[in-house]
Every structure is written in C-alpha cells, then in structure tokens.
Design a protein around this ligand. Structure first.
Ligand code: ZN
Length: 242
C-alpha cells in the first residue's frame, strides 16, 4: 500500500515536471502545491551608469513600515522590509555617486479611489503612509511618478496621472537599461519590470532589493522575469559599474 502511494507520488511528480518542460497548455494539478520553474541568477552584471536608470517602486510607509495600511503585520515582517530597504539604500547611494538618474513610483490615492474596491484604503494623499520611507527620501533631481485613480494602479506605465509619463521620462533620460527595485515583487514591481522589458529596455532585478507578500509570489515573479522576459535576475552586490 505504501509502495503504491509512493509510486503514485512519483507519477504526480513526473506529470508536474513534464508539465513544466513541455511548452503547451496542461491541465493544472488539483494539489495545493505545484512547482514553479527555477529562475536563472546572474553572478556578475556590469552596467554603464551613463545609460542606466534606477527605478524604486512604491517604497512607501504604508507598504513597508509596521503600522502601515498594507504594511508588515509583525516585527519579523518589518525586519524583512527593513532589510530590503537597506539593500536599496546601498544600491541607490552607489547610483547617486555614479550620477545615475533615479525614478521613484508612488501610490497616490484620493479617498474615493476605485482601487479601494480591492484593497483597504492606503497611500492616501496628505498622509504619512503615502510618503516614501525616510531611508529612501527622494532628493533634488530625482523623478517621482504618482499612480492612482484607476481600477488598479499597479502599473507605472498605465496608472500614472500624466499620460505616458514613464515612457516620456525614460526616453528623455536616454537610457537603454533599467534596474528595478521596490515592492511588491509580483504586483507593482512586476508591472514595472514587464513594462520596461516589453519596451526594449535591458532590465535588471536585484532580488535582494524587492519585497514580497509571500515567498511564492516572489518566486513566481522571478521565474516569469527570467523565463519570459529575458530579465537579468541578480543580487545588488553583484552589479558593477563600468
Ligand atoms: Zn494602491
């Protein structure tokens, strides 16, 4: 009986693996747990600072601080968010020294924002929750793009208040490469990464500089970046500036 169950498990694994390898539609497994294809991680990435912009997605108090409207629910979550922020801070300092442009995106919601049909109210205009976390406060010369007013305002290419704002800013900077950081890995970061990649920018995601709600969400995002969009997944200390 045990052997039968073991063989049954093996068959299931085989079905899952084959499902991952064969490029075609497959009926989803009924089990709660499924395998996510691994992503490729680059051990060394060299960028030209003159042609690269850093994008910091939604690093606002309401998302990353304890007590934030959609923030971490406990100390462990807060520590995780703080660690991600510290990695972004180190990277952004390096970018500033190299005179690289930095683009911030921020949720910026009015009290009646349509997105609140899905999420509790957050990042309300005029509140401290809407503000960037203090560690990453934008500086003179940085660009801040505000998102809101749409059914969902995840996508900085779609949900900016000024039409085509992200496209215009990237174009005016004359960059061909972007490094995308911030939160949440499989929501607003995902949209920014896919938006950049689809528009032909060489896109780099340092995985220690993105924050996720769940490990599964992050793993899925990284897998999609790597396998579908030719995004370079790495860690921030593996990026060197030429
Ligand atoms: Zn929002």
């Amino acid at each position: 009986m045990e052997r039968k169950r073991f063989l049954g498990s093996l068959s299931l694994l085989a079905v899952l693996v084959v499902g991952l390898l064969v490029p075609g539609c497959a009926k989803p497994a009924p089990e709660a747990e499924v395998l996510v294809p691994p992503y490729v991680e680059s051990q060394s990435v060299t960028i030209n600072p003159g042609k690269t912009a850093l994008i910091i997605v939604d690093c606002q108090n309401d998302f990353l601080k304890l007590g934030g409207k959609l923030g971490p629910s406990d100390e462990a979550g807060a520590d995780y968010c703080a660690e991600v922020v510290s990695h972004i801070k180190v990277l952004s300092d390096k970018c500033r020294v190299a005179n690289m442009p930095i683009i911030y995106t921020q949720d910026y919601h009015q009290p009646n924002d349509p997105e609140f049909a899905i999420w509790p109210p957050h990042c309300l205009v005029g509140t401290s929750g809407q503000e960037e976390v203090p560690e990453l406060t934008p500086q003179t010369g940085d660009y801040v793009l505000l998102k809101g007013g749409k059914t969902v305002s995840y996508d900085c290419f779609y949900a900016s208040y000024k039409p085509n704002e992200m496209e215009s800013e990237l174009k005016s900077l004359g960059v061909d490469t972007v490094i995308v950081t911030g939160t949440v890995s499989n929501i607003c970061v995902y949209c920014a990464v896919v938006g950049c990649a689809q528009r032909g920018y060489k896109t780099i995601v340092p995985r220690n500089c993105i924050a996720s709600l769940t490990p599964a969400g992050e793993r899925l995002a990284l897998s999609q970046f790597s396998s579908l969009y030719a995004v370079t997944v790495t860690e921030s200390d593996k990026i060197t500036f030429k």
